[in-house]
Design a binder for this molecule. Structure first.
Ligand code: SAM
Length: 267
């Protein structure tokens, strides 16, 4: 895994763990049989499996899937448990190679917003039969306090939304609507679906993650032709962060789906 991806995944794991909906995670795990294999899609460094391990049986079989061999090596190093295995697979091209059927359950974290509508439709053909927990899907642009100027907000929101809808390997992405689109497709297939808002609420205690967020936005915007003075925006955000007065909300959603005849969910 390249260093910047590793730094980002490490930093976001803390915020994800704090923000995730524990009730949905517990309900997902309650629907698993002892021999169900929990398949984590786009597992990265295995943060999702690490989070779920507190609710899973110790011997619950788990399979982390990612297309990046370096990330998988890192995941295997950080989660050495005989019941957890990792496999390299490009989900955009080889979704049908995943194990399926009553002894599988699917999960993912910080992955769904990469998906296209076509991928979601193909994925629902698998996921409609199994318990499914999709955590931390980005569902909107960051909101800052103190606020930016209206011009900055509009320019950055437009850029981020367009970037989110671009092709991340699966075809044009559905972007911030991904959790809602998946929810509609699964509900139409007869599944019992619950979605919960799981926003990051970040402040000076999350300085590393906020700094990475600011730098990520600034670096990408700097490479585009745009009237916004992005360096000025960056400097002002970083100063507010250094003064410990900057707060940032980043919208996310968690989704739980239980197939027909498996008991549904409670809120
Ligand atoms: C934002 S990271 C999330 C990682 C992890 N789930 C977490 O919560 O920290 C998205 C992950 O999806 C993986 N990914 C992206 N496209 C993929 C594809 N076509 N097939 C398999 N994995 C993919 C990336 O390698 C990366 O590890």
């Amino acid at each position: 895994m390249n260093r910047s991806a590793e730094t980002w995944l490490r930093a976001r794991e803390l915020a994800d763990t704090r923000s995730r909906n524990e009730l949905l995670a517990r309900q997902f795990c309650q629907h698993l049989r002892p021999d169900t294999t929990v398949i984590d899609l786009g597992c990265g460094g295995a943060a999702n499996l690490r989070y779920l391990s507190r609710f899973l049986r110790v011997e619950q079989p788990c399979l982390g899937i990612d297309h990046d061999p370096d990330i998988l090596a890192c995941a295997a190093e950080h989660l050495r448990t005989p019941s957890v295995q990792f496999r390299r697979l490009d989900l955009a091209r080889h979704l049908s190679h995943l194990p399926r059927g009553p002894q599988t359950a699917f999960t993912a974290s910080a992955f769904l917003d990469l998906a296209s509508q076509d991928f979601l439709i193909r994925f629902v053909e698998l996921a409609r039969e199994t318990p499914l927990l999709i955590a931390m899907t980005a569902s909107g642009t960051p909101r800052w306090d103190p606020v930016e100027t209206e011009f900055e907000t509009t320019a950055i929101d437009e850029f981020l939304s367009a970037h989110r809808r671009s092709d991340h390997g699966f075809g044009p992405s559905v972007g911030y609507d991904a959790a809602d689109r998946l929810s509609e497709l699964l509900s139409a297939a007869g599944c019992s679906v619950t979605t919960v808002q799981t926003d990051w609420n970040l402040d000076f205690r999350d300085a590393t993650l906020i700094r990475l967020l600011i730098d990520g936005i600034a670096n990408r915007l700097a490479s585009l032709k745009c009237d916004l003075d992005i360096n000025r925006w960056r400097e002002r955000r970083l100063q507010l962060l250094a003064d410990a007065v900057l707060v940032c909300t980043v919208p996310h959603r968690d989704l739980l789906s239980i197939p027909p005849g498996r008991g549904g969910t409670e809120q």
